[in-house]
Write a protein that binds this ligand. Sequence first.
Ligand SMILES: CCC1=C(C)/C(=C/C2=NC(=C\c3[nH]c(/C=C4\NC(=O)[C@H](C)[C@H]4CC)c(C)c3CCC(=O)O)/C(CCC(=O)O)=C2C)NC1=O
Length: 161
Amino acid sequence: MQDAITAVINSADVQGKYLDSSALDRLKKYFQTGELRVRAAATIAANAATIIKEAVAKSLLYSDITRPGGNMYTTRRYAACIRDLDYYLRYATYAMLAGDASILDERVLNGLKETYNSLGVPIGATIQSIQSMKDVTAGLVGPDAGKEMAVYFDYICSGLS
Ligand SMILES: CCC1=C(C)/C(=C/C2=NC(=C\c3[nH]c(/C=C4\NC(=O)[C@H](C)[C@H]4CC)c(C)c3CCC(=O)O)/C(CCC(=O)O)=C2C)NC1=O
């Protein structure tokens, strides 16, 4: 896993150089948003269950997915879906704190699309529910932190599609 600091340092190190001004700007931006990131992570942690519940209500409930024949039908599969959404929210929060998406590649997206395809988990509906989490989260943490979180929710969606 990388973070904004190691990403900048590793790329300078590969070239055997000190940090140039654009690398320093990136670090400065990251440090300036530190407080914002920590506050957003605390708010998300305290409201995770609510965020997921509202996102599910907006995107998945009352659709064919929750009826017989749908992939969320039966308590076991419904619970698996909620658990997956909790993974996405938690790992997007880690990535937002780190200011880097690499943790998503390593721990979430690796092999996920293949798993979903082999189990018949609908990817379009999954993306829709992640987009709903993005909206609900932004409503809770505010537009600036919401924009930061959006980067990583979108990253998961493009990794799935
Ligand atoms: C931390 C990284 C990580 C991820 C991301 C993860 C995902 C993941 N989701 C799975 C299943 C599943 N995922 C879903 C999810 C959904 N079905 C829908 O219709 C909805 C659209 C959607 C929820 C948004 C369902 C229903 C299953 C069970 C499918 C089945 O067994 O038939 C499985 C198969 C094994 C299992 O059932 O536990 C994995 C590996 N596991 C991990 O360790």
